[in-house]
Ligand binder design. Structure first.
Ligand code: UDP
Ligand code: UDP
Length: 419
């Protein structure tokens, strides 16, 4: 969902501006959330074409993460895309970074798109060139890499030099990562980069998700009855399973702190496997002060509710931008992947706090007492609230960040005229 959500937002934004958009997605999906969102998106955007891309049965069933297994299956069968791409009159192609290199190779082999050069949504900078730069540059590069998302184990295929790329659209906003964007665009990280365009806040897509259990109404109904800014939201993304001992510590912290809360809790990586945990009964029975949701609920919508006054987040990039855009203070609790880099951005932009001693997810068990202290700090820090609110305002003002979309559309238009 962390990859699908921004892609759907981008598709909707391009379509709204008059681009003809075709969506190519793998089939089958891994999680119920993915398939529900995709169907709802397609029914609410009838002008967007859809080509499902049928994956062969997995040849890699030993991986214990179904999402990484899916990435592997897609990578192994990207050659099948050629026949789909051949049928589309293609001007520009936006791809998830996981597949950028392989797709670049396929594009260069297509006969009918001689003018086409890739316009990458994200791009990796060779790390050898990053390490020799100043601290300032290194940080900027790290931020960049967090968006680059090409795991070293997948870095294969032929790379084009960045000089051959027309531009790089990055899913961020300048009010949020001004230093990094400025360093990248002024050649302080790597010389001769193509223009780096912040996408600005891509607005959430309005859609009617079928098959949900009515959780959104339950949460919003409950929040409506709470005082403004009084509730903390806890959520660790779409695919971070919480271990039972960590759930117990968080539950204890919520009980001890008497803090009003909404906790979106996943006990397994793939949503459809989620079952209830009997040891949450106590917190439920104590219940008037909070909700524990085990099903998919719309996090961006919950964050927009005036009763929410703080967000404990694993710092997936979508969660971070959703909180920043709404001016909700964040307690960063990065657990794996790129999340520590994102937590840095949270702190630097002034929208949140992060206790580095908490370590990675599997490193140590953070105790209930420690969590209580940070929770109280998050909900009680007036200066943090003020700073987060001002980032939110700035972001809402910069929906189309410095005209990025106009520049992107211009590039697409030029290609279209040339081909
Ligand atoms: N999300 C949601 N409801 C849930 C869990 C997640 O709406 O129950 C959304 C969340 O708002 C975000 C995305 O799923 O847009 C998760 O992406 P993120 O980058 O934050 O984390 P990831 O899931 O990739 O770890
Ligand atoms: N990763 C990995 N092996 C894989 C896929 C990913 O080691 O097969 C690592 C990689 O370093 C990547 C990180 O996991 O940067 C997190 O991936 P991503 O941010 O795409 O995960 P998500 O946001 O979907 O949770």
């Amino acid at each position: 969902m962390g990859h699908l959500t921004p892609s759907l937002r981008l598709a909707a934004a391009l379509s709204t501006r008059g681009c003809r958009v075709t969506l190519i997605t793998p089939h089958p999906n891994v999680s119920l959330a993915e398939s529900n969102h995709l169907s709802a998106f397609l029914s609410s955007h009838p002008t967007i074409d859809h080509h499902p891309y049928h994956l062969p049965p997995s040849s890699h069933p030993t991986v214990d993460d179904p999402f990484f297994e899916q990435v592997h299956a897609i990578r192994c069968s990207l050659h099948l895309l050629r026949s789909i791409l051949d049928r589309i009159s293609l001007t520009a192609l936006v791809t998830d970074i996981f597949f950028a290199d392989s797709i670049t190779g396929i594009l260069s082999d297509l006969d009918h798109t001689p003018q086409l050069r890739p316009l990458h949504f994200f791009r990796q900078i060779p790390s050898s060139r990053i390490s020799s730069h100043s601290t300032h540059g290194r940080r900027a590069a790290a931020v960049w890499e967090s968006r680059a998302r090409i795991p070293p184990c997948f870095a294969a295929g032929k790379r084009q030099s960045t000089a051959q790329v027309d531009g790089v659209l990055v899913n961020t906003f300048s009010g949020f990562e001004a230093t990094a964007l400025e360093a990248l665009n002024n050649g302080r990280v790597v010389r001769n980069l193509p223009p780096i365009l912040p996408s600005g806040m891509l607005p959430p897509v309005q859609m009617d998700i079928q098959g949900g259990g009515g959780g959104d109404e339950v949460v919003v109904g409950w929040l409506d009855a709470q005082p403004p800014g009084s509730v903390v939201l806890l959520s660790f993304g779409s695919r971070t399973a919480m271990s039972r001992d960590r759930i117990a510590e968080i539950a204890e912290a919520l009980e001890l702190s008497k803090q009003r809360f909404v906790w979106i809790l996943k006990g397994s990586k793939v949503d459809r496997e989620d079952k209830d945990d009997p040891f949450l009964d106590r917190i439920r029975a104590g219940g008037r002060s909070g909700l524990v949701m085990r099903e998919w609920v719309d996090q961006a919508k919950i964050l927009s509710h005036p009763a929410i006054g703080g967000f404990v987040s694993h710092c997936g990039w979508n969660s971070v931008t959703e909180a920043a855009a709404r001016g909700v203070p964040v307690l960063a609790w990065p657990l794996n992947g790129d999340q520590k880099v994102n937590a840095e951005v949270v702190v630097e932009a002034g929208v949140g706090t992060w206790d580095r001693n908490w370590g990675w997810g599997g490193e140590r068990l953070v105790g209930g007492g420690e969590i209580v202290r940070k929770l109280m700090e998050l909900m009680g820090d007036a200066e943090l609230k003020r700073r987060a609110a001002s980032v939110g305002e700035e972001t809402r003002r910069a929906v189309d960040d410095g005209g990025s979309f106009d520049r992107l559309l211009k590039l697409i238009e030029n290609k279209s005229n040339n081909s």
